[in-house]
Design a protein. Sequence first.
Length: 420
Amino acid sequence: MKTKLVETAKYTLLAMLIFVVQLSFAQENAQYTVYKGNVKDSKTKTNVVFGNVSVVGFNVGTVTNSDGEFTIKIQNDLNAKEVEFSHIGYSSKKILLSELTGDEVVVYLNPTSVNLSEVTVRPEDASALMTKVVEKLSENYSAEPVMSAGFYRETVKQGREYLGISEALVDIYKASYSQDVEDKIKVFKGRKSSNVKNADTLAVKLQGGPYTALLFDIAKNPYILLDNELRSYYEYTIVDIKTIRESLNYVVEFKPKYIVPDFPMYNGKFYINTNSLAISMVEFSLDISDKDRASEMFVKRKPVGLKLTPTSTSYLATYKENNGKYYFNYSRGEFKFKCNWKKRLFNSSYAIMSEIAITDWNSDKIEKFKTKESLSKTAIFEEELTAFSDENFWGEHNFIEPDESIESALKKYEKQLKRK
């Protein structure tokens, strides 16, 4: 395997999840209206998590949180009429804004299923299908840069308690998919709630901030999973057909044929539009069967005598189609691990999560940020922010509704700030 490819992929893995270890109602405003609710499965009544919530006819949207809850703010001068709800495996649903009012708004999505045997034309060779997917990347994804607005959140937990929560509205220069130009990020507004629970021994921090979440855009960063040489190390199988926004998608499962020394390998699934062969979604996890090697990949710095054992990883990236082109829409990454001290009765579990949702974008007035304005890729993101307590901190801007555990932690920290 090419040395450059190996080094690039190793760097990408570190940048994605590197950390440092050291001692429902509609609320009207003069300019916008807020709509809140919960999205559920119509049959099981379970929450639909990380589903898309989009304003019909506009590039405005958000996603449901891990409790299926959403909040979306719509400018009144848009004169929008409907909001569309969608998620893989469900029929999309458009609802009039007038129906998203009330104390407890619940949107039910109907699950759909398509049997492989019912699809008359489907590829038999999954590896050949993946080759075609890669060949059509430049055709399916935007060849022009776009300016995006996004909401980013990262959290660090020790057991069930939060050590830190950092959130920000960010401006993103999303570079062309057909050129080797890097994305740039500028923080518009952010806040942090650190030390929600005082860490007894360790302070765990994520490096790279929003850049970690953008790296999950594998169409932009194909060297992670789609490099021509790298694909020969994977086995591909078409295992299912799923619907996304009323379009059929092949579900292609992939796993390593064998372990490549000192190289990150993954298991996961691609969701590929049957007509365009564009990747609509990808979910994957790092192979951590070799715990010691996985630990070395993630840790940048740790105290002597501390042993770190990865327990799980998960990554997700979704795309949204607009006029025949696909655009990055949402990503989430989570890494869980245990820490043990030598000669001490100490065993703690930690979880690091980062996610970003594109809440608006346009292809006009493209302006690449100056270096001094851009967030550094090596920055510890929470160190760039200040603590702030304000119930209406985000104003008119869209964000990801915090799940119940995050919301409780934020309220706890806001009380601490007020006491100080």
